[in-house]
Design a protein around this ligand. Sequence first.
Ligand code: 5RP
Length: 236
Amino acid sequence: MTQDELKKMVGDLAATYVKDGMVVGLGTGSTVKFMVDALGRRVAKEGLKIVGVPTSDRTAAQGRKLGIPIKAVDEVDQIDLTIDGADQIDADFQGIKGGGAAHLFEKIVAINSKRNMWIVDESKMAPKLGSFPLPLEVIPYGSQQLFKRLAAKGLHPVFREQAGQRVLTDSKNYVIDLHLGQIDDAFRLAQYLNQQVGIVEHGLFLNVVNTVIVGYADGPKVLQAPERPNYRDLKA
Ligand SMILES: O=C(CO)[C@H](O)[C@H](O)COP(=O)(O)O
């Protein structure tokens, strides 16, 4: 099976978890694209009634084109289920996201969701996080100084570029990727990054996911993460 076939397999399966009347968070990326296509088919054929809360301009445009009613995160009371992709998932169900530069909105939608499901092909599963570079969304103002601080700390930052231009997020911020190789203590690193002025959000998604669907050549596997407190409920 090709990687795209694996992505379609998990995307199609994830779409079957969506029930009539749900408010559904719609992630971003090539795997989610298959899932949104499948939801669009259900809306057209079955008359499935849902509201989609997209995590990027790309996903919003795809959803609207397919006839999925779209609302912004602040226009809904709560999101029942968010289905998103991921760049890397470790053995403890912690994840790295932001390969598509959408992790800020993805994290906002995720923490406002009752349940979170990630859909990935098997290449995304790893014993430890870090071989996928960790994305940071950073405010352009002062980003060179921030870059120098991250470099001095040994975090191997690289500004993300495309066709010789710095990548801009939907909020017109830059992305810095940290080429770490391996992350030994993701919680400690997240704490450090949360404290750095100029970083709007990092791509460590810790204790966020409830269910992961992994696409293997012999079929999809549905994995349940341990039940943990939602990010937003952590005490100050
Ligand atoms: O975090 C993301 C975007 O910011 C994506 O979910 C992640 O990059 C996975 O994308 P793909 O399904 O294309 O591999």
